[in-house]
Design a protein around this ligand. Structure first.
Ligand code: ADP
Ligand code: MG
Length: 157
């Protein structure tokens, strides 16, 4: 696990670009944090780095968007989802259990039991400064550990 402090939306975007450059196909990336924490902003910068040219918006109402970049990018937002059954209805498990491309899940912490065996978590927390975020990276899985180690090294240099 490691933590980064960003002092502006641009710095959070830069961090998401660093993630986009290193993230591996097949990764599930869970984004946690309150409304307005910066989850969608993070996905936007990451998706652009992965070659997505269309506009990335929060799939709050439709629950999932698929973007085509260098690989498919599946963007879930579970904010409005009420039950785990609804996850089945939207095909969540087919998409996350053996992901083709990259899966990004906003509000993943609402359904911790529904998450696959291995994933990366990015938690965005506000501080007393309105433009500052404390961003915590953690993961489950050996392959994800390697990815986070690379990311941490890139953030320090
Ligand atoms: P979420 O998807 O978590 O609800 P959004 O990404 O839609 O949040 O919105 C984040 C808002 O916070 C944006 O308006 C952004 O400009 C603002 N913001 C201010 N400082 C930061 C920062 N350091 N990192 C990310 N967003 C920030
Ligand atoms: Mg959002």
């Amino acid at each position: 696990m490691f933590t980064c402090i960003t002092e502006s939306p641009e710095q959070t975007s830069d961090l998401a670009v660093a993630v986009g450059k290193r993230i591996r196909e097949g990764t599930v990336l869970c984004l946690e944090g309150d409304l307005g924490a910066g989850k969608t902003l993070f996905v936007q910068a990451m998706a652009a780095t992965l070659g997505v040219e269309s506009e990335v918006t929060s799939p709050t109402f439709n629950l999932m968007n698929i973007y085509e970049g260098i690989c498919p990018i599946l963007h879930f937002d579970l904010y409005r989802l009420e039950t785990e059954e609804q996850l089945e209805d939207i095909g969540f498990f087919e998409y996350t259990e053996n992901p083709e491309g990259i899966v990004v899940i906003e509000w993943a912490d609402k359904f911790p039991d529904a998450l696959p065996e291995e994933y990366v978590t990015v938690r965005l927390e506000r501080t007393e400064n309105p433009d500052e975020r404390c961003i915590l990276f953690s993961c489950i899985g050996e392959r994800n550990e390697e990815f986070l180690k690379e990311l941490e090294e890139s953030c320090q240099s």
